[in-house]
Every structure is written in C-alpha cells, then in structure tokens.
Design a protein around this ligand. Structure first.
Ligand code: ADP
Ligand code: MG
Length: 566
C-alpha cells in the first residue's frame, strides 16, 4: 500500500451503518442482491464506456460476476470486472450517502424505534430506502474492497468494520473491476439457512433474487476429492448460476409474479411488491419493449425537489441510462421499469433523446398505457386503485397542469372528497352520474380542511338544493382547478365565486328597496375590504357570505402566493 488513510464515515452514513451492524432483521440474505446489483451496474457502465471510448484500455471480452467462497477463512467474495472506482469515488460513493431522503428516513426510523416499533416496520422503512452496499454489514464484521477504475493503473483498497471509520490505501496494481470480500460474522453458522459459506445457500439466494441479471453470475463448482493415487484434481470450470434472460424479452406467460417482483426491486430499490406490472411492445419500423411497474407505496423522494424518474433505457439489452426523463413525464415519476428500444444508437445522449421523434412516440404511448392501466384498476380492482391513489394521487394531479393532451384521461382517474359521502372519495364520472335534473356544472370548493369547507356559508344554498360539492383540500387543487375548464362538458365551478347562479326566483323590487339602506350602510362600513354588497339567494341560515369575483384569486391561493413571497 502506498498510503494508508483512516477516514470517518459521514454522519448519516454512520447512522445507517449502525442499523446494519446491529441489524435485527431476518432477511439478511438480501445483502447479496445488493452487491450483485452493484456489480451488474458496474458491468453495464464499463460496456458503455468502452463502446463510447475506443481508446479505453479495458477488456470487455468476458464480463461477469464471480462469487468465491472460502470456508476456512469464512469469507465470501463478490468480484466483477466492471468499471471500478477511483480513490475519490470510493470515498464519495461508499463513505457518504448522497441519496435524497436519508435524513428523513433516519428520523422516521428513530421515531419508530422510540415508539417501540416492530422489526418489520424497521425493515419496511429501510427497504423502502434501499441500503445498498452497507447491507454487507448485516452478515460481515469486516469488509474489504479492492477496486481499479477502468483506464487507470493503480488500485484502491478499502476496509472497514462498519464502526465509524474506514481505511483507504492505494495499491500499485489490481485486477480490472471490483472485488468485495465479506468476513462473515460467526453467529451466522448457527442457522444453516444463513450460512453463506455453503455454496448451495449462496446459489439459491442468487436464483431467488438475481436470476434475471443479464451478466453471468458464476460460482466455482465444488472440487471433487482426489482419487486414490492422485495428488490433486484440477479446479473445475466455474458454473453460471443465473439464467440471465432479460425479463422483458421473455413471453409474458413465462415470467412468474415472483420474478417480476424481484426485477421490480432491482430497478426501483423498493423492497416491497409492486402494485401492478405493465408490459407493452411495438414491432415494425421502430421496435421496442417496455416493462413498467406501479408501486404499492410512494417512493421516498416522490415529493422532493430532485426526485428521480424511474424508467431505464436499454438498447438491444444493453443498458444505456437510468432516470430517462425523455421517456416519462415528471408527474409519472413513480412509474419504474425498463424500455428497451432496438433502433437507437448506443451513443444517444439525454439531449438527443429529448428531440428524438421515436422516443416522443414511445413516451406518448407509455403515458396512455399507464393511465389506462390505472383506469382499469379503478374499474376492476378498486382496492389497488385506492392504494395507488392514496400514495401517488398528488403527483398524478400535477399532470392536469403539465399534460394538456391527457388532461381528460387524468381527470378520469382522479378521486376527490365530496359532500356525497363522509369517507369514500368520488370520481368525476360518478359525480356526473349523480347530478340531478337542472344541475349543469360540477361544483367544488377549495380550502384547508374538510371540516372548514363543510361549515362554510357558501355551502348552504348547495345543501338546500341537494347539489353535491367536491371538497378539495390539497394545495395543488387550488392550482389545477384553474387549468381545467370542464369534465365531460360540465364546467368545473367554484362555489366561492360570485357568478354561481343557482336559479330561483328574482328578488322583487319591494324587497330590494327594503334592503337598500342596509346594503349601502354595510358597503360604506366595509369599503376597505369588499368591492360590492348585494342581495343573494345563496344563503339559507347565515346572514352574509364573502364571495370572489370570477377573475379573483381564491383565499387559499392568495395565501399560497403570499407564502411563496409573491
Ligand atoms: P446505489 O447502488 O443505490 O447507488 P450502493 O450503496 O449500492 O447504492 O452503492 C453506492 C455506489 O457505489 C454506487 O452507486 C456505485 O457508484 C458505487 N459502487 C458500488 N459497488 C460498485 C462496484 N462493484 N463497482 C463500481 N462501483 C460500485
Ligand atoms: Mg446498489
């Protein structure tokens, strides 16, 4: 080693590691999935780098992942000949966590613990977050990583027990790629299922979690005992453990739900089951296949500024990029999966993709397919639909503003609280079906809470008339209602605006005259606050109500703009 440095893990990384080191939870075997997944990514990256830079000094003739067991030393090594890391990358990528939502997740975990939360709850939270490389410390008390970045000559050695610090040193040489060696904890021998020095255990874990990985995952076959008179036998060829077929290229009927679920976990870093699997493909001049998933839980970062979009782009089974924003609009960022297009160049950049007509066609089709899938859940699998709506409905509603072309289809899959039912949400379609004779608009009111809206004097005339009112309490509701004029040709109309006409008799002149002096007195008294004071049919119990003019901001929107400093 040329230099040997001891460095402290970043604070958040340290906390996450503590959880791993003292992990109590039972599915420890998923560390292997995480490490294989990292190796698979590293091989993808190397293949692409070599393709783009013909001068890169690398060997791409035999890219693979090797699993090596040493029962005597109690070690398990995961080795790939992929892209590798420089010293600085090791420090940045392994010594810190850059993921958004880390702080939030740790705070939630702490809370759950203090409230005496279950192990399952902990696992759930961690799973949602995806712990990656650190999961090694669930089964190992010491981890050594040797890596060399493609195109460089020195290697880097990283070592840690997961307790606060790690060491890094430079090596004069190292094989291409990355090898992670786990020094397995002793206690794991007590449970045969958890004995990762047993090749059969390791093989079954690989089959279960990583079968679809497209790179060969190899393990040394057991060496047969030497026959009498022989000194030793040659080491047998390593055997490939995984079947390695891209799921999206296999016939739908041949892929099991479990395989889909594992693949979902690989692309989404969400350890739970997907809510729904979507396949689509096109043949002919522009061929592509897509495998998409709807989540059963909102991704951790769904409502954060730099949240990720979840669709990966492949070209003929070759991984090209993560988070391909050209393929899916921002409001569908919760959709995870893969699009494999046949006719793109492996060299495509994000900028080129944004302009590409074929990609725009794929995107349009994906959007329609996702929306129609949600629609059919709404019709046939109500529970799944409700789950989805509760988790990602707010993101979907953003589409009402940003995706004019699909506005009506998005509206169809939205659900809202309404005066019709105290608990059940309603769709606009159901609302329209319930509209009595004579009602020709869809009425809504926006505000802070259901209770506040229900007690609003605006509601009185509508209650008296038996007209249903949508109760919109989400901040984004304030915004989209202005962008959406109508649904099924019924105008969306705020009951808090002045122009609402509920019919009813005209107010006769005598009545008018009787109120004139009162009205002008009120108008003078309140001249700083209101534009006009007038007689109305709107009220049944209250004496007065404040309404907005058609062009005015609603009170909640006013508050929102004010909060944004405008
Ligand atoms: P994630 O995979 O979600 O980014 P990980 O903790 O699993 O999080 O890994 C952190 C980062 O470390 C990876 O994004 C990658 O850049 C790097 N890394 C991990 N393992 C390898 C590997 N075998 N080869 C190259 N880079 C790796
Ligand atoms: Mg990872």
């Amino acid at each position: 080693a040329i230099s040997n440095e001891t460095i402290e893990f970043q604070a958040e990384a340290r906390q996450l590691l503590q959880l791993m080191v003292h992990s109590i939870y039972s599915t420890k075997d998923l560390f292997l999935r995480e490490l294989i997944s990292n190796s698979s990514d590293a091989l993808d990256k190397l293949r692409l780098a070599a393709y783009r830079d013909k001068d890169l000094e690398v060997d791409t003739s035999d890219l693979h992942i090797d699993l090596e067991i040493d029962p005597a030393q109690r070690t398990l090594t995961i080795r790939d000949n992929g892209i590798g890391m420089t010293r600085d990358e090791v420090v940045d990528l392994i010594g810190t966590i850059a993921k958004s939502g880390t702080g939030q997740m740790l705070a939630q975990l702490r809370e759950a613990r203090e409230a005496g939360g279950s192990e399952e709850g902990t696992a759930e939270l961690i799973g949602q977050f995806g712990v990656g490389f650190y999961s090694s410390f669930m089964v190992a008390d010491r981890v050594v990583m040797v890596t060399r970045k493609a195109g460089t000559h020195h290697g880097v050695r990283w070592e840690s027990t997961g307790e606060g610090t790690y060491t890094v040193s430079e090596l004069p040489a190292a094989p291409q790629g990355t090898a992670v060696t786990l020094h397995l904890k002793a206690e794991d021998t007590e449970d045969s299922l958890q004995d990762f020095t047993d090749p059969a255990t390791v093989r079954s874990v690989v089959k279960r979690y990583s079968d679809f990985i497209t790179w060969p995952i190899r393990m040394a076959a057991e060496r047969p005992a030497p026959a009498e008179g022989e000194d030793d036998v040659a080491a047998p060829e390593p055997q490939v453990v995984n079947s390695g077929k891209a799921l999206w290229s296999r016939p739908q009927s041949e892929v099991s739900a479990e395989e889909y679920a594992e693949f979902y976990r690989h692309v989404s870093h969400d350890w739970r089951e997907p809510l729904e699997t979507i396949r689509l493909s096109a043949e002919g001049t522009f061929e592509y296949q897509a495998l998409l998933f709807l989540p059963s839980h909102a991704p951790m970062d769904l409502y954060m500024r730099d949240s990720k979009r979840g669709v990966q782009l492949y070209v003929k089974r070759v991984f090209i990029m993560d988070e391909c924003e050209a393929l899916i609009p921002e409001y569908l960022r919760f959709v995870k999966g893969v699009v494999d297009a046949s006719d793109l160049s492996l060299n495509v950049s994000r900028e080129i993709l944004q302009q590409d007509r074929q990609i725009q066609l794929i995107r349009r089709r994906l959007v329609r397919k996702v929306l129609s899938t949600i629609k059919s859940l709404q019709e046939d699998e109500k529970e799944k639909y409700s789950t989805l709506w509760a988790e990602v409905g707010r993101a979907l509603k953003e589409g009402l503003l940003s995706d004019q072309d699909n506005q009506q289809s998005i509206l169809e899959v939205c659900s809202f609280a309404s005066t019709h039912d105290a608990e059940e949400l309603t769709t606009l379609g159901q609302y329209v079906e319930r509209m009595p004779e004579g009602q020709d608009a869809i009425y809504y009111m926006t505000g802070e809470s259901r209770a506040a809206l229900e007690h609003s004097p605006h509601m009185e005339a509508f209650r008296a008339k038996g007209y249903e009112v949508l109760l919109l309490t989400d901040p984004i509701d304030e915004v989209w209602v202005d962008a959406v004029p109508a649904f099924q040709e019924k105008n969306l109309t705020s009951i808090a605006r002045g122009e609402v006409d509920l019919g009813g008799e005209d107010i006769d002149d005598d009545t008018r005259q009787g109120f004139e002096s009162l009205l002008s007195w009120v108008a003078t008294e309140l001249s700083d606050d209101v534009k006009e004071v007038r007689l109305s049919h709107r009220l049944t119990d209250s004496a007065a109500v404040l309404v907005n003019d058609p062009g005015d901001l609603t009170p909640a929107l006013e508050r929102m703009y004010r909060a944004m400093g405008q």
